[in-house]
Ligand binder design. Sequence first.
Ligand SMILES: N=c1c2ncn([C@@H]3O[C@H](COP(=O)(O)OP(=O)(O)OP(=O)(O)O)[C@@H](O)[C@H]3O)c2ncn1[C@@H]1O[C@H](COP(=O)(O)O)[C@@H](O)[C@H]1O
Length: 98
Amino acid sequence: MSDSTEEILDELFDVIEDRKERLPEDSYTASLFTHEKGQNAALEKLGEETTEFLLAAKDEDTEEMAHEAADIVYHLLVVLSIHDMELADLREELADRR
Ligand SMILES: N=c1c2ncn([C@@H]3O[C@H](COP(=O)(O)OP(=O)(O)OP(=O)(O)O)[C@@H](O)[C@H]3O)c2ncn1[C@@H]1O[C@H](COP(=O)(O)O)[C@@H](O)[C@H]1O
């Protein structure tokens, strides 16, 4: 178990890729890959979590902001994976802006 932000994101993305490949029945992540709505299921969750984050920020509720930010990051990574993108694509884009 590792603790740096980068290691946690790498680990989470690996888990998402594993669920995409194995599609375990009891996995919420797998359900997003097989949903009858297609990618819209994950996109709608991303939108909902973003709205919840905005509301938490307006309330200056930093605990809730952290919770919703984690939901956003998770669903964002799922959408990247749906499109067969890699975490490296995001990393490179951010690095290019430095
Ligand atoms: N990071 C997440 C993660 N974040 C959110 N979610 C799920 O996303 C859904 C969010 O839906 P909702 O907003 O309706 O649920 P909620 O908890 O009431 O949401 P809020 O009100 O808090 O916004 C819930 O079912 C959460 O369990 C996640 N499900 C899984 N993961 C990661 O994915 C891994 C694999 O999980 P499984 O695919 O379930 O095996 C886990 O170990 C986690 O690391």
